[in-house]
Write a protein that binds this ligand. Structure first.
Ligand SMILES: NC(=O)c1ccc[n+]([C@@H]2O[C@H](COP(=O)([O-])OP(=O)(O)OC[C@H]3O[C@@H](n4cnc5c(N)ncnc54)[C@H](OP(=O)(O)O)[C@@H]3O)[C@@H](O)[C@H]2O)c1
Length: 250
């Protein structure tokens, strides 16, 4: 079922515009949340805007106060509007070793991870019908945005090389694959918590080398053992977004 009219927050960010394009490609309409017009801290304005928008779904990709997420999620629950929150695998602390299943209990260790978990909890407390999808690091084969290739380009520019750890297993997926799965979840998956990861078990050095080849070998990539982290996640309910298929020729 195509979602008719979706309100989306975070449209100046990385994920939201790609998701909006995917929803429009499927025949839906999208409306960007303008924080200048509707301030996230003003609960009445938030509720009035959701009502006036006649949205049938709301996807919260924006950052901002967890209470904003809560107010939107509560309003959607009252009005029977589908609600999807884009979470993060960063809810798992560095001391936790993936791949994590959906039943793993997150123990975030940094501010971002704690913030993302707080948002999830605010949403769940008021909206049992919400979808929450934890994402890995996004990938697009271009500069710009909050994504892995842009990070690698900046490392190369700043240090003249990229030190990529062979002890780092990072959850990740291509941005357009992520958008397709988010749209699928919104359209036809039951409410609940989901985790999306297309990393079949490649370490960061292997990933960086494959992305280097896909980009035409502009970088110098060195193997190191600097960062030791495995935040991969698994969720067999979601369609595959394996990076292997996308990068095997690279
Ligand atoms: N990119 C990734 O690799 C990745 C990985 C895991 C999870 N995620 C999650 O996916 C979602 C989207 O990520 P993204 O990479 O698109 O994020 P992003 O590029 O950092 O953009 C987030 C957007 O949130 C809005 N925003 C920023 N500061 C805000 C504030 N103080 N209050 C309210 N809104 C604020 C802005 O959009 P507007 O100006 O349009 O409001 C901003 O462009 C986030 O929840 C993120 O945690 C992303």
């Amino acid at each position: 079922m195509t979602v008719a009219r979706t309100l989306i927050t975070g449209m100046h960010g990385t994920v939201a515009p790609v998701l909006a394009e995917e929803l429009r490609r499927r025949g839906g309409e999208t409306i960007a949340w303008d924080r200048n017009e509707v301030p996230p801290h003003d609960e009445h304005a938030v509720v009035d805007f959701i009502h006036a928008s006649c949205a049938t779904a709301l996807v919260h990709c924006g950052m901002g106060d967890p209470r904003w997420a809560e107010h939107m999620a509560a309003c959607c629950a009252r009005r029977g509007i589908a609600f999807l929150y884009t979470g993060s695998v960063s809810v798992y602390g560095h001391h936790q070793t993936g791949p994590h299943g959906v039943s793993a209990v997150p123990e975030p260790q940094d501010d971002y991870g704690r913030y993302k978990l707080a948002c999830e909890r605010h949403v769940r407390a008021v909206n049992p019908a919400a979808h929450i999808v934890r994402l890995g690091w996004q990938i697009a084969l271009r500069p710009g945005g909050n994504q892995m290739v842009d990070y690698l380009m900046r490392q190369q520019a700043e240090h003249g090389r990229i030190d990529a750890s062979t002890c780092w297993l990072q959850a990740c997926s291509f941005l357009d694959d992520t958008a397709r799965v988010l749209a699928d979840v919104l359209e036809r998956f039951p409410p609940g918590l989901y985790q999306l990861d297309g990393n079949p078990g490649w370490n960061f050095h292997r990933l960086a080398c494959a992305l280097n080849r896909a980009m035409g070998n502009p970088w110098i990539v060195h193997a190191c053992e600097g960062l030791r982290l495995n935040n991969m996640v698994r969720d067999a309910r979601l369609p595959s977004v394996s990076i292997e298929a996308r990068l095997s020729g690279a």
